[in-house]
Design a protein around this ligand. Structure first.
Ligand SMILES: [Zn+2]
Length: 142
């Protein structure tokens, strides 16, 4: 549930989405705010101009938080984003340890506007060569 205080920062995320569009990219924008609402970082989608399929603003901010903030500070940040983060970005947000995400447009609402990519899931085959891979992975965690 969003609060009226959230709407100011959400409007800034929507403005960043418009900025992305104005720069020739898909219209998605996000920002990261501290507990008092101070904007710590902003980003918008640059997938087309950077020719980088991962250049989503949420992913950029998650990486920024993991690199620039200590864990305790990251755990008190809120991401405001024009659209609900995709699966890739949700994983990065989780890994970065952010406190909360506030979005304007949901996944389902976006699908009403833009059809899905239609790409089927990529098949994954495994596990295999368990002893060989364990010999490499296990020592790291012991
Ligand atoms: Zn994403």
């Amino acid at each position: 549930m969003t609060h009226p205080d959230d709407h100011t920062l959400l409007r800034r995320a929507i403005a960043l989405a418009a900025e992305a569009r104005a720069h020739g990219n898909p219209p998605f924008g996000s920002l990261l705010a501290g507990p008092d609402g101070t904007v710590l970082a902003e980003a918008y989608n640059t997938t087309l101009t950077d020719k980088d399929i991962t250049a989503h603003p949420e992913l950029k901010l998650g990486k920024w938080a993991a690199r620039e903030l200590d864990a305790a500070t990251a755990a008190h940040t809120t991401m405001y984003t024009s659209c609900q983060p995709c699966e890739m970005c949700r994983t990065v947000i989780q890994q970065a340890g952010l406190r909360r995400v506030v979005f304007a447009l949901s996944d389902d609402q976006l699908l009403d506007i833009r059809p899905s990519s239609g790409r089927p899931p990529v098949p994954q085959d495994g596990p295999a060569l368990l002893e060989e891979v364990r010999a490499v992975v296990e020592p790291y965690y012991r």
